[in-house]
Design a protein around this ligand. Structure first.
Ligand SMILES: Nc1ncnc2c1ncn2[C@@H]1O[C@H](COP(=O)(O)OP(=O)(O)O)[C@@H](O)[C@H]1O
Ligand SMILES: Cc1ncsc1CCOP(=O)(O)O
Ligand SMILES: [Mg+2]
Length: 261
């Protein structure tokens, strides 16, 4: 079982190609976050090419933030090829409770057994069939309220499920850990969650899904702290966070951020 530091070294050595099907809001930031973290992004979503591209990607990440039926088709094509090739794929169910298109789309994607599901507490509670208080893309529930639902989803789907927030929670239905750290500025900037999902894909390209998810979340927690030390508010946090994603090394991914839940 690699430590987050070992996973970081493996990820940077491989600089894996990550196919991202993400939303219009996050596309640029997520690509920059992947590059800063040490991976290689490609934003390829149209159904005319998404399956073909998935054949060469080391991981596929799917985010429903600005969903449309055509985007959903592009997601299904890419995921089908990833599954067949044994390539890990990550689902980010942005505001999955908000509309019929999102509910149905998330249901279809979950049936395709994501390797990892990463969302905020309200999104994971909704997937678990529980009432949640999400406000659009933002969580309205604490992580603790989503932990039981996360375990249920992991058991039912075989996915590793990550609930992020002030203290993150990761489970595969059997094991569970919490990850502390980060900064209160992270939810005040758009697309931190979306970019974290793509970085989960980068790690899943090189280590097992549970270890990959923990390493990605620890990487973000460490980078968030480093960036918050330098930033004066959300605006200056954005470039500081990209710098910090690149600056963190194996020595800064402190093991004591992770505790068994
Ligand atoms: N209050 C907080 N304190 C520290 N880190 C946070 C806080 N809220 C969110 N984060 C971090 O921000 C990142 C994105 O998580 P989150 O805001 O839950 O996702 P989303 O943007 O999808 O709602 C994660 O790395 C998470 O740990
Ligand atoms: C604001 C917004 N609207 C649709 S997708 C999106 C980005 C959400 O990003 P995140 O889930 O990382 O906060
Ligand atoms: Mg989100």
């Amino acid at each position: 079982m690699p430590t987050p530091s070992e996973s970081l070294v493996a990820m940077r050595d491989a600089a894996p190609l990550v196919q991202c099907i993400t939303n219009f809001v996050a596309m640029n930031f997520a690509a920059n976050a992947l590059l800063a973290a040490g991976a290689a992004p490609a934003m390829v979503h149209d159904p005319e090419e998404s399956g073909e591209f998935a054949a060469v990607a080391r991981a596929v990440t799917v985010n429903i933030g600005t969903l449309s039926p055509r985007w959903l088709a592009g997601m299904s094509e890419a995921v089908a090829v990833a599954q067949k090739a044994g390539t890990p794929w990550v689902l980010d169910p942005v505001a999955c409770f908000a509309t019929t298109l999102r509910r149905e789309g998330t249901g279809k994607l979950l049936q395709m057994q994501p390797t990892i599901v990463r969302g905020n507490a309200s999104e994971i509670m909704a997937i678990a069939g529980e009432d949640s208080s999400g406000q659009g893309v933002d969580a309205g529930d604490p992580v603790a309220a989503a932990e039981a639902g996360a375990r249920k989803v992991a058991e039912a789907s075989g996915s590793v499920v990550a609930v992020t927030g002030e203290v993150d929670y990761v489970t595969d239905g059997t094991r569970a850990v919490r990850i502390a750290g980060g900064s209160a500025l992270m939810p005040r900037v758009t697309a931190t969650g979306c970019s974290l999902t793509t970085v989960c894909g980068a790690y899943a390209a090189v280590v097992e899904p549970f270890d990959a998810t923990v390493a990605a979340l620890v990487h973000f927690a460490a980078a968030g702290e480093l960036a918050a030390d330098k930033a004066e508010g959300p605006g200056s946090f954005i470039p500081a966070f990209l710098d910090a994603l690149a600056a963190v090394g194996p020595d800064t991914l402190n093991e004591d951020r992770v505790s068994v839940a």
